[in-house]
Design a protein around this ligand. Structure first.
Ligand SMILES: [Zn+2]
Length: 198
């Protein structure tokens, strides 16, 4: 940013009093503009033994398959955002269960946090939204692994397929590191204990 959103004076980069990081500051009205990580929220929609995937109509990773997800909007909860993205990108209506939170990814190198929820399709009806070229239901053997758009999507699907036979879906948190050689590594940091349910 070049000019203050409040008074239109030029912005300077400096460390504000009492802070330890360089911020966008306005020396005229003393505003400080903080930049913080963004939340990306999405679902892993499933119907019977199949998983819903969307083929991306936008960059990055145009033409690759992904789970419906996008940036949270102000004024909505993470789950509301995930359900909204599912409707927008896949034209799908989902049923949410009370153990729906599934994976959380910290991506400090790109300042994002991803959250995925498990979500059952109410009916096997869907259609590609503006950001999707195509939407489909895939059984385990049909998943286009070499065409998956993002490691966070791949990891979420892999754990879902691993958890499904046990019928137990712990919440897991991962740290994702982007290497200088463009490699991406995903590390499991935390996993909830199995529920005490019978
Ligand atoms: Zn200002």
């Amino acid at each position: 940013m070049k000019f203050c959103h409040h008074c239109a004076s030029p912005i300077v980069l400096r460390i504000p009093d009492g802070d330890d990081k360089v911020r966008h500051c306005c020396n005229h009205c003393d505003s400080v503009f903080y930049e913080n990580p963004k939340n990306v929220v999405g679902t892993l929609p499933f119907y019977e033994d199949k998983i819903l995937l969307c083929k991306r109509a936008i960059q990055p990773r145009l033409g690759k398959w992904t789970l419906p997800a996008g940036f949270m909007e102000n004024g909505e909860t993470s789950l509301e955002g995930a359900v909204r993205e599912t409707a927008e990108e896949a034209g799908a209506t989902v049923r949410i269960h009370d153990d729906c939170l599934y994976t959380l990814f910290n991506l400090p190198s790109i300042n994002q946090v991803y959250l995925f929820f498990r979500a059952e399709l109410a009916t096997p009806e869907f259609e590609a939204g503006a950001e999707s070229l195509e939407v489909g239901l895939f059984s385990e053997s049909q998943i286009p692994w070499s065409e998956i758009a993002f490691p966070v999507v791949r990891t979420t699907i892999e754990y879902f397929l691993e958890d499904r036979p046990r019928g137990s879906f712990p919440v897991r948190m991962f740290d994702v590191q982007h290497g200088a050689d463009r490699s991406i590594s995903t590390h499991l940091i935390s996993q909830s204990l199995p529920s005490a349910r019978d």
